[in-house]
Design a protein around this ligand. Structure first.
Ligand SMILES: Nc1ncnc2c1ncn2[C@@H]1O[C@H](COP(=O)(O)OP(=O)(O)OP(=O)(O)O)[C@@H](O)[C@H]1O
Ligand SMILES: [Mg+2]
Length: 496
């Protein structure tokens, strides 16, 4: 269905794709895997006309085509769902879907027909999406399905999905895969980029591995394994599980007392109390949207609490500003790296000093100390393997996983006494996951307190020394992750 031949694409001095050839067969699900920055998104964006290749050829159904813009790609039946959703929050599903797709005619007439068409598409694939719903009221999983509908509405026969499961809960991933299988049955072709090897094995027919801008392998899924894929991706054996000793917790660093936080529909957090000690990782498990985001944001000073208190090293710090909390030694790795974590249009050096830009050693006497900034960014890119390691690059030109490594490096650079961390390895490649897990454990072992939220049950149970279960804004239990089964934890999460 799609053949990319000898594609090369450079961005300045960075060779994102180096003579890449990929063949995708009609009616199959084709996975693309590889490290952060390997060139996966770039090659797919070329197929979608979002970028133009410097050289190489594209064939669709055996015919050589010129894809200069997404418009050309759509006309050829190619749709793409990007790594970061591109929906307008304050508009409805239908409005988002027809945005850019309709031509010139009276808008409200189109909308009625669009509503019907979208409903039919949604029913056909059992997507369960109401065209009149507002995007901001939808879960992330539902927003994803809207992105799918958007492509299908434009009659895509080949769908390119860039890390579609990175933001989904395990339950949502199951449902999503069922949808992909239905699409395949209908004859659609799907390309899926993912870092999760178990997903590759579960859903794909064929896999292409990319490394350093090149395609380094192509295998039938039935003829490979997670271990083999990991080795092809990273070029060495990868530890696919966490290794740590027992924690040795000491003083209480964070104490949360009967915390309550208001939300859009009732309390987001209700009567939550717990402690985190120096030298331990406390995990919070729960289905996303059960208050974890609000809790972490409140502790980081990004949203106000309605009642209750938080104490840091014995002092009341309730509702102090983010800046003040950071000064006290609380670092925060946010779940949404675009909204909270980075200034996308600023360069890596500027991003490396966010939050400390006004104080020594970065600033003194009203001046920025460029040597100190230089030192900082170099340490971060070196210690956290941010690629490419070019301080003057803008943050938006980093691949998704490298943006995440930059944020993590910046927060570790603060030598925090307490680290608040949400979804640390979302969108991060398997080698980097191993690395980030080790860093979190090192921080713990050097006496840091860590509060970890992750939608990956496997991750949070592997890392946490104690596990709190959150449901509907409340902590409904605490378990020892070493002795509790994931089924049991899952049941507590859902209240089943
Ligand atoms: N618009 C851009 N400007 C400059 N460099 C870019 C741009 N887009 C990508 N790059 C660079 O090209 C290389 C490949 O990036 P790409 O986004 O394709 O990686 P990826 O395999 O999708 O990684 P990830 O798994 O982290 O999403 C990276 O080094 C990246 O920094
Ligand atoms: Mg990518």
């Amino acid at each position: 269905m799609l053949q990319l031949k000898n594609i090369t694409k450079t961005f300045g001095s960075v060779v994102a794709n180096n003579d890449v050839s990929i063949t995708v067969r009609k009616g199959t699900i084709h996975a693309i895997v590889g490290e952060n920055g390997a060139g996966k998104s770039t090659i797919m964006r070329i197929a979608y006309g979002f970028y133009n290749a410097d050289s190489g050829e594209i064939f669709v159904d055996g015919n050589k085509v010129g894809i200069r813009t997404p418009h050309d790609a759509i006309a050829l039946g190619i749709g793409m769902v990007h790594q970061h959703f591109m929906l307008v929050d304050t508009m409805t599903v239908a409005e988002n879907i027809i945005l850019g797709a309709e031509t010139g005619t009276a808008a409200n007439l189109d909308l009625e027909k669009a509503n019907r068409d979208i409903k039919a598409l949604s029913d056909d694939l059992k997507l369960n999406i109401n065209p009149a719903a507002y995007i901001e009221d939808l879960s992330v999983g539902q927003q994803q399905r809207v992105e799918l509908l958007k492509a299908l509405y434009r009659d895509a026969q080949l769908l390119i999905l860039d890390e579609p499961t990175a933001v989904l809960t395990p339950q949502e991933v199951e449902e999503f895969f069922a949808i992909l299988r239905r699409m395949k049955e209908q004859g659609k072709t799907i390309i899926i980029i993912t870092h999760k090897l178990e997903e590759v094995l579960a859903i794909s027919d064929e896999v292409t591995v990319m490394r350093d801008g090149k395609d380094v392998g192509n295998v039938k899924t039935s003829e490979t394994s997670a271990k083999d894929l990991a080795r092809m991706i990273v070029g060495r054996d990868v530890l696919l599980r966490v290794e740590k000793t027992d924690a040795e917790p000491s003083d209480v660093v964070l104490q949360v007392n009967s915390l309550k936080i208001g939300g859009k529909h009732g309390a987001a957090i209700d009567d939550v109390s717990f402690v985190v000690r120096a030298g331990e990782i406390v995990g919070i498990a729960g289905i996303e949207g059960n208050g974890q985001t609000e809790l972490i944001e409140a502790l980081a000073g990004l949203c106000r609490v309605s009642s209750g208190t938080t104490e840091f090293e014995g002092k009341n710090v309730t509702n102090l500003s983010a800046r003040r909390l950071k000064e006290l030694g609380i670092a925060h790795i946010p779940e949404d790296r675009h909204k909270r974590g980075l200034l996308l249009n600023s360069d890596l050096a500027e991003n490396s000093i966010l939050g400390v830009h006004y104080r020594p050693p970065v600033a003194s006497g009203g001046f920025m100390n460029s040597a100190a900034i230089d030192k900082r960014i170099h340490e971060i890119v070196e210690n956290f393997d941010v690629r490419p390691p070019i301080p003057a690059l803008s943050a938006k030109s980093l691949s998704g996983g490298n943006q995440q490594k930059l944020i993590i490096g910046r927060e570790f650079e603060l030598n925090p006494k307490l680290l608040l961390v949400s979804q640390p390895t979302r969108g991060v490649d398997i080698g980097a996951i191993e690395f980030i897990h080790r860093k979190l454990i090192e921080l713990r072992d050097s006496g840091g307190a860590v509060l970890l939220v992750s939608a990956e049950l496997e991750e949070v149970t592997a890392l946490a020394d104690r596990l709190l279960i959150m449901r509907e804004g409340k902590i409904v239990g605490e378990v020892d992750p070493k002795t509790t089964s994931t089924e049991e934890i899952g049941l507590m999460m859902t209240g089943g």
